[in-house]
Design a protein around this ligand. Sequence first.
Ligand SMILES: C[S@@+](CC[C@H](N)C(=O)[O-])C[C@H]1O[C@@H](n2cnc3c(N)ncnc32)[C@H](O)[C@@H]1O
Length: 515
Amino acid sequence: MDLSQALLSSLFRQFFRHPACQRRARFHSIPRRAPPRHLCSYHPPRRRLHTSTAYRVAPDDSGWLPRDKLVPGDLSVEFAKFPLVTASILANRRERPKMVKMLVRDYIDDALYNPNYGYFSKEAVIFNTDTPFDFRRIKNETAFHQIFAEEYKIFEDKLDEEHPNDLRQLWHTPTELFRPYYGEALARYLYENYVIDLYPEYDLIVYEMGAGNGTLMVNILDWLRTNVPDVYVRTQFKIIEISKRMVEQQLKSAERAGHMGHVEVINSSMFDFKTYVANPCFFLALEVFDNFAHDMIRYDLETQQPLQGYLMVDREGDFHEFYTQELEPRTQRFLDLRRRINNPRHDKMFSNVIGRSFTDTGRGGSAWSKLKNSLKKQVWFTENLTAPEFIPTRAMEFLELLNSRFPHHRLLMSDFDSLPEAIEGVNAPVVQTRYKRETIAVKQLFVHQGYFDILFPTDFVEISKMYELLSGKFAKVETHEKFMRSWAELGDTTTKSKENPLLTWYKNASVMHTH
Ligand SMILES: C[S@@+](CC[C@H](N)C(=O)[O-])C[C@H]1O[C@@H](n2cnc3c(N)ncnc32)[C@H](O)[C@@H]1O
């Protein structure tokens, strides 16, 4: 057993010793961007995930395709009987569900956001320091790495003194790492665009979805107060935040910095936000898209038809993947929209991971393949379905909502354009947890809800073209580095050796801004 397996065994022993409701106070959010440790052959004790075996067309007309035809017992009967639930229905539950089926996006939403056992609803800890890093006095990037690692340790040692916790999910974002300079770069962007387009007719109204500790809000408002007080007095900063704990943190941050007169914090998921905002406004979303739930589809190798992925949780709490030929309307809408988008990068990835298997089915006339083809009418073998593709149906829903509720918005979002250590599939997520200060990535999507972060890369070509199609507005995509070169005061984050971590650390992040 290697170190990772030993860690996970221990982690899961601990998980299953305590009922879900007791774990709430003991565990929280994401280890972000630390290189995850890899675990290819990991099997959590009770929770089985069938990664091989087969898919099957149910004998009735339901169209459900249980994934484990070759294991004893016919789950399709149970599957037809179990109710179809959504993350909103599950939000009322204190216990993880059994004997239900759900779309994969609802599983992800529930695992991340369920108010009782979801990953983000627990005591989230985002790394921050008492004082900003003094980059000008740091020797070089290597030295910054060391100082950062030491600060991380000090931060966590302090937390452990008060409340030891092997399962603490501590993570960091560029906002925190490069505060206040990251926020100041965004403040310059907001100010200049405001002055060009909206001043003096309109106030400066900024919405931020998912504001973490509230650090970006404080850094932006500090910059405006110091540099352009006449704009500061007419600035309103509104946060839409799903997590109650984060809301408390954000209110504290605003109060400490003396910005309460300019800040409103709305404790709501963006997807439940009902207000119509008629005024022109800026809308910020930093590292929020990566946790937007995705739907999962696989393709029939022979017909190349996409199939809708579902998760069934049986009476034991074990997970089973199912597929249906009928696509759920949002999945269908996404695929229809995507057909109108020219995206060579996606085409290439699709052809490498999925398209290649289509060609393979054309080959070979062996007895086995003939047998498989004849069986095909009743049974779908693993080999008859492709690797999964993850499609950002929640992100599409967000764009639709943004256009209908905030018709005069300008969006500024930033996120990861690629992620190392993802699970199998096109546009696949990283599924990871942190245990005894080690980040551990696993190879499967269906895991004990609430203990794992599930984060996706964003396809910026796809999302920007989709945005343009839906809104009729223009979207510009830049690398994180290019955006920072335009708007940051680079001297603030340059080390003595002239290396600049603000430009080099987030190589896998991009920015989209629209007007
Ligand atoms: C990864 S953190 C990023 C925090 C902050 N933007 C930063 O860069 O430091 C994601 C934040 O988004 C919030 N969030 C996630 N989904 C949300 C949703 N649907 N509506 C509102 N907030 C959401 C989380 O609670 C958390 O505060």
